[in-house]
Design a binder for this molecule. Structure first.
Ligand code: GRF
Length: 239
């Protein structure tokens, strides 16, 4: 009988309200004994980040980073809490290269667009959705990717489309994309923590993005699943 895989100890870095953190906490709880990870630390670059309150409410260690650019200090904080998987959940600072190197293949980020489009330095929050609307794109979405030493550049783990409606404002599109982020990020974290998805030495992402029976519960908000169906039909119709 093989030993059960020890649960990953996740360190979440956040800057904002922490809704992605909350989605991760709730999904791991819903997985029950099938959960492959526990959130062991929440760190924010701002003392007023809602993510810190959410962590404290759950009794999870919550720290404010002194200097987000200090990679040595960040590594020490992560090590002090036994973190072996780092998740950027609405984190707006560039992760120091010491950290991206030490956590190569163990550092995930969620971005509110379909990378590589609409990503990179300065592309966060409403700026992303404003750029999507200005481009005339009819589909946006959410991306979860491994993090390397440049903004929003690392190998992609998972994506899902979100329709852009003619009546959209940045705020309405942001809200629709955020609902999909809340579904995609927790499942990608579970898949990486469980070893179902890994980053190969050549930079390719290997493995099935499926957390088994819980996948059946991966029902998307209706407008997004419709977009997914439309895309599937359109691709099928291609010669
Ligand atoms: C949201 O704009 C989300 O799209 C991005 O980070 C922002 C805040 O997320 N990933 P959160 O509510 O703090 O998780």
């Amino acid at each position: 009988m093989s030993q059960p895989r020890p649960r990953a100890r996740v360190g979440v870095l956040a800057s904002g309200s922490g809704s992605n953190l909350q989605a991760l906490l709730d999904h791991l709880d819903a997985l029950g004994t099938g959960r492959a990870a526990d959130v062991a630390l929440v760190a924010a670059n701002r003392p007023d980040a809602g993510a810190l309150q959410r962590a404290a409410h759950r009794g999870i260690p919550a720290v404010t980073l002194g200097d987000p650019a200090d990679g040595g200090a960040m590594l020490a904080t992560l090590a002090a809490h036994g973190v072996d998987l780092v998740v950027l959940a609405g984190y707006l600072k560039l992760v120091p290269v010491e950290v991206t190197r030490r956590f190569h293949g163990r550092l995930l980020n969620v971005h509110p667009a379909l990378l590589p489009a609409f990503g990179g330095a300065g592309m966060y929050g409403q700026r992303v959705h404003r750029a999507v609307l200005a481009s005339g794109a009819r589909i946006s979405g959410a991306t979860v990717h491994f993090v390397d030493d440049q903004y929003d550049r690392g190998p992609i783990v998972a994506q899902w489309p979100v329709p852009v409606f003619a009546t959209d404002f940045p705020e309405t599109l942001a809200a629709r994309v955020l609902r999909v982020e809340h579904l995609l990020l927790p499942r990608a974290v579970q898949a990486v923590a469980a070893g179902h998805v890994t980053l190969a030495p050549d930079g390719s992402v290997v493995g099935a993005f499926s957390d088994g029976p819980a996948d059946a519960a991966f029902t998307l908000p209706d407008d997004s699943s419709r977009a997914g169906d439309d895309i599937a039909r359109a691709l099928h119709a291609l010669p």
